[in-house]
Design a protein around this ligand. Structure first.
Ligand SMILES: C[S@@+](CC[C@H](N)C(=O)[O-])C[C@H]1O[C@@H](n2cnc3c(N)ncnc32)[C@H](O)[C@@H]1O
Length: 283
């Protein structure tokens, strides 16, 4: 069913309400490609009717979000942020926390984690940097708006194609177990990561604070005001001295003087709350 301008308008509004993803009339191919089957299944007479039906059904809202979100991800995506973690960020955070009440406690947020590869890659980078990582209180909180993506992350199971994208033989051997359908993350790493459905454009109630946040390749889908507000709110959940990584090419320099980009191991990252945070990092 080819969407008319009124259909596109209705779907753009619906998608904006549900997940903040900004679509416009040039995205008619995307709307048709991703939603046509769902529209047909509901028996809606057009996309305007479909938008109306969706507003009244939590199940349909979940299906629309799962269909419209782009969950593309891979292990150690872009590589340089993980080099920065191993050689700069983790050693410095460990040093900064050494005299704090909780020297072995680390909290990380993989915000918009898709199917979990980013969260598990961060945990693997920590294990690379800290050989006795199992004795550290290291937790990654992975969140995504897509229920299907979060369920996949929770299972921690990946087929051969997924596992081949960016994962070295060394990491696969150390952290994965062979299953009939592919590979499953081992318990040592699995217990470091927990996953939850969360819309980043809603208030961050009960998230706590973090030493490190990865929020990559999601704000590119948001309208400029939503993007700006997202990163300012993420900054408020970072412990003093904590670090934020965005996707390659996603600059935050426009957010103000605290958001000057810093470069480590060729990765760009941000430390909006300063860098003398030994005491506050202890939280
Ligand atoms: C392209 S993936 C990026 C995954 C990972 N961060 C990476 O860089 O490999 C974008 C993810 O953002 C999620 N997403 C989109 N809108 C969101 C929102 N409003 N709140 C939370 N997650 C959202 C999608 O479901 C998708 O899994």
């Amino acid at each position: 069913m080819k969407p008319t301008p009124a259909d596109i308008d209705a779907v753009c509004k619906l998608v904006d309400e549900l997940c903040g993803i900004y679509l416009d009339t040039s995205k008619d191919y995307l709307i048709e490609g991703r939603l046509a089957k769902l529209v047909a299944r509901t028996g809606a007479k057009d996309y305007v009717d479909f938008a109306r039906l969706t507003r009244g059904s939590t199940k349909l809202q979940t299906d629309v979000v799962d269909a419209i979100t782009t969950n593309e991800t891979l292990w150690f995506r872009d590589n340089t942020p993980f080099e920065a973690l191993r050689y700069k960020i983790f050693p410095e955070l460990i040093d900064a926390k050494a005299k704090s009440p909780f020297p072995r406690r680390f909290r990380v947020w993989s915000a918009a984690c898709s199917t979990g590869q980013e969260a598990f890659s961060i945990a693997m980078a920590f294990a690379d940097a800290v050989p006795d990582f199992e004795s550290w209180d290291f937790q990654v909180y992975g969140t995504d708006i897509s229920q299907a993506a979060v369920a996949h992350a929770e299972r921690g199971e990946y087929n051969e194609l997924e596992i081949s994208r960016g994962l070295s033989q060394k990491h696969r051997g150390a952290f994965f177990l062979k299953t009939p359908g592919g590979w499953r993350i081992n318990d040592a790493l699995r217990r470091r990561c927990h996953f939850e459905v969360r819309n980043l454009l809603r208030p961050f109630t009960n998230v706590g604070t973090f030493d490190l946040i990865f929020c990559r390749n999601v704000a590119i889908y948001f309208a400029p005001d939503d993007r700006r507000s997202l990163f300012l709110r993420l900054g408020q959940t970072l412990n003093r001295g904590g670090w934020l990584f965005t996707g390659s090419g996603e600059s935050l320099a426009d957010l103000g003087p605290n958001w000057a980009p810093k470069q480590h191991c060729r990765a760009v990252c941000y430390q909006p709350n300063g860098c003398n945070g030994v005491a506050t990092l202890a939280r």
